[in-house]
Design a protein around this ligand. Structure first.
Ligand code: HEC
Ligand code: HEC
Length: 445
């Protein structure tokens, strides 16, 4: 089933033209089902690939029975402790498999910008992404461009790449005290044996799921991954997709927005949020290159751990330390670039849920450099990254390469066009669920 996780061929190939004295180990890795890459080196346990991953190469062979089982588990609120929180509670199929931040709130309670877990008052510390198209996220890999000084990392799940595969990822929400709150794998097994969930997996995965916590977690991971990889979660039915197929025209405003999105001197968005509007393959327009960047989103002061001024969520460097990549601190502040399909449904934005509307995100890109106090107050610049890592923050890519006193990259009218374009990335069945478009501010601060 998960053969692409494990398979790595390692034939030894003699290099021609080197007197036969040198032999290079050559191996292959599956970055996604169907998408194989040649490994040229390793960074700790992580492969360095000879070429960038192309999501259009990924192929998903659905096992209908496993998909159905995964769908049931995804909606099963018995997986949480106390029961009541399913995967679907935070990844709501009616909201593009993203969260409804109003879910479960008590009267007068406000979401800090993240989703509520299984216990009252316990909210996650990161914002839950849409799971549509998540099957295209490759495993972690390094790649070095010809003109790049060092290899850089792509892929892996979660904002910090802490999970390599969908099957492995399920441990995180199941065992997170602020999400599904199972104390440990043994406790999960005990609970799922008592409530009958484990028994329902025996037919597919064998009796070990009732006695071995790791076998149970593997079974849950395999079934949930099969569901998340099914076509149900990759509809490609947005107006933008119709435009790619030549079935519908974008409006004037959306076309101007797309041009600004691609223009390296204006939005420059496509340099990280990949789009290929000339390719008919929509997988080439997932609006992320799966790479990592440090944009220094403002600190979300409503998150519980942030009450401690010394606490920082530094994203990728935690994973880098765990995997023993060299110089892990160079990755502090980096988070994975999210895809932007269905982004108009979101109620909070960025890994920490700090921004509340698409217009606020666009204003952040446009004025982070020219008016930093608007985002960070009078205190420290880049207030959600510890000062010793401020050198990691991207200050070179337009439109965030500005300094105070310089002109902004985008006008209010251009921001309106970019928002119109982003709204055209909404899949057909969610068009009615989009957040209302925020009107532009009456006056600029
Ligand atoms: C309480 C809310 C909550 C629940 C319940 C929950 N998730 Fe999540 N999910 C999140 C958050 C928050 C993130 C982002 C975490 C991060 O970036 O560190 C996330 C991330 C993910 C990702 C990675 C997506 C990506 O693009 O990297 C997957 C896959 C996922 N969840 C699947 C599941 C599955 C399967 C379940 C049920 C077993 C589940 N989630 C239950 C909140 C939740
Ligand atoms: C240098 C790379 C880069 C550029 C350029 C860039 N982005 Fe991003 N974008 C990111 C990263 C990384 C994040 C995640 C930041 C975080 O979570 O803190 C992000 C987050 C976002 C989000 C929030 C998505 C979510 O689910 O919360 C939106 C919307 C967005 N970008 C739109 C744009 C637009 C529009 C442009 C052009 C004006 C743009 N981006 C330019 C890398 C980039």
């Amino acid at each position: 089933m998960i053969r692409w996780l494990v398979r790595a061929l390692a034939p030894v190939v003699a290099l021609a033209g080197m007197g036969g004295a040198l032999a290079a180990p050559q191996s292959m890795v599956w970055l996604a089902p169907g998408a194989q890459a040649r490994v040229v080196a390793r960074v700790g346990p992580t492969p360095q690939a000879a070429a960038r991953y192309d999501p259009a190469q990924a192929r998903f062979a659905a096992d209908a029975r496993l998909v159905a089982l995964g769908r049931e588990l995804f909606h099963d609120a018995r997986l949480s402790d106390p029961p009541g929180t399913a995967c679907a509670s935070c990844h709501n199929p009616g909201r593009a498999f993203g969260p409804d931040l109003r879910r479960g709130l008590q009267a007068g309670e406000r979401s800090p910008g993240t989703a509520l877990g299984s216990r009252p008052g316990h909210f996650g510390t990161r914002s839950a992404p849409s799971l549509l198209y998540v099957r295209y996220v490759p495993r972690r890999y390094f790649y070095q461009d010809d003109d790049a000084p060092a290899p850089v990392v792509f892929g892996g799940l979660m904002a910090d790449g802490s999970a390599d595969t969908l099957a492995e990822q399920v441990r995180a929400p199941l065992l997170n005290p602020d999400e599904m709150n199972n104390r440990n794998p043994a406790h999960l097994l005990q609970r799922l044996r008592a409530n009958g969930v484990a028994q329902s997996l025996v037919g597919t995965f064998g009796p070990a799921v009732r006695s071995r916590p790791e076998a149970l977690l593997r079974a849950l991971g395999t079934a949930l991954a099969a569901y998340l990889q099914s076509d149900e979660l990759a509809p490609f039915s947005s107006r933008f997709d119709q435009h790619l197929r030549g079935q519908a025209a974008l409006t004037e405003a959306e076309r101007r927005g797309l041009a600004l999105f691609k223009n390296p001197d204006k939005g420059n968005c496509a340099s990280c949020h990949s789009v290929s509007d000339t390719a008919s393959r929509p997988e080439r327009s997932l609006f992320t290159d799966f790479g990592y960047e440090a944009l220094a989103a403002p600190r979300n002061r409503a998150l519980t751990p942030n009450r401690d001024p010394r606490h920082f969520d530094h994203g990728l460097c935690r994973t880098a330390r765990q995997l023993r990549w060299p110089e892990p601190e160079q990755w502090c502040g980096y988070v994975r670039t999210p895809g932007l399909r269905n982004v108009a449904l979101r109620q909070s934005f960025m890994h920490n849920g700090s921004l509340k509307s698409l217009r606020e995100v666009l204003d952040f890109y446009n004025t982070r450099g020219t008016d930093p106090r608007r985002w960070y107050g009078n205190g420290a610049l880049f207030d959600d990254v510890a000062p010793r890592f401020h050198g990691n923050v991207n200050v070179n890519s337009p439109p965030i390469n500005r300094r105070p006193g310089m002109p902004e990259a985008l006008s209010d009218a251009e921001i309106n066009d970019l928002i119109a374009f982003l709204r055209s990335l909404t899949d057909a069945r969610y068009v009615g669920a989009m957040s209302p478009e925020q009107p532009p501010p009456a006056q600029k601060r």
